[in-house]
Design a protein around this ligand. Structure first.
Ligand SMILES: [Zn+2]
Length: 172
């Protein structure tokens, strides 16, 4: 399994080519902002070559998907037979599922820009602004390594909180 790669999944059938490039491009950028390497079905299709059947492109995509650690479901996934198939396959292969809709909800929260505390990821030791924490399905993800549940808050000067300083709310 290639770690940190993320397959981008969404509607492609009967969609204008420019629109596909736009939506999958946007999705790929969001995947990168999570610290993951996006695997776009557009590139997979390009590698497979032209004049193949839809089934052949889908099959090639599933082979790529199987090797990814994550799958990123674009908003359009529910309208796409192929994306629904990819989601099912991802679950079968224990590929972790990330949702564009969940990321959107988080960005719309009014408090999103106000947060300014520094946090550290215990997994990869990156230090970053709290506002960069990714919430997916209500779970905190490190924006660098995408690890969950390994975030420590830091003082404004960057020093780490001691365990005794954690409030009840912050304690896990
Ligand atoms: Zn991390």
């Amino acid at each position: 399994m290639n770690s940190k790669t993320c397959f981008v999944s969404g509607l492609m059938k009967d969609v204008d080519e420019d629109m596909i490039r736009l939506t999958f491009g946007e999705g790929s950028k969001q995947v990168e902002s999570l610290g993951l390497i996006p695997i776009s079905p557009l590139n997979v299709a390009h590698a497979v070559g032209e004049n193949k059947t839809r089934e052949e492109y889908l099959a090639a995509g599933l082979i790529e998907l199987e090797q990814c650690e994550y799958i990123y479901m674009l908003r359009s996934w529910e309208r796409s037979e192929g994306a629904r198939l990819e989601l099912e396959y991802a679950r079968l292969k224990y590929v972790k599922v990330l949702w564009q809709s969940a990321l959107d909800q988080y960005k719309q929260k009014p408090e999103f820009r106000k947060q300014s505390r520094r946090v550290k990821c215990e997994q990869c030791n990156s230090v970053f602004d709290e506002s960069r924490i990714i919430y997916l399905n209500g779970v905190e993800h490190c924006p660098v390594c995408a690890h969950t549940d390994a975030l420590l808050q830091l003082h404004e000067d960057g020093s780490e909180y001691k365990e005794s300083e954690f409030t009840k709310k912050e304690a896990r």
